[in-house]
Design a protein. Structure first.
Length: 51
């Protein structure tokens, strides 16, 4: 059976949706990484202060 035009537009829409959701994922990963770095630095400086 021949492919219809509808199937092409669904594929394009799905690709666009995937790209937008990855932007939120990237922002979340950066925020989590920043939180971990700040936490580790805080613990390190606290340790150095108590020596």
């Amino acid at each position: 059976m021949p492919k219809t035009e509808m199937s092409k537009t669904k594929t394009k829409t799905k690709i666009e949706d995937d790209r937008t959701s990855l932007k939120g994922t990237l922002a979340s990963v950066f925020l989590l990484g920043l939180f971990l770095i700040v936490t580790w630095l805080g613990v390190y400086f606290l340790f150095m202060d108590r020596l």
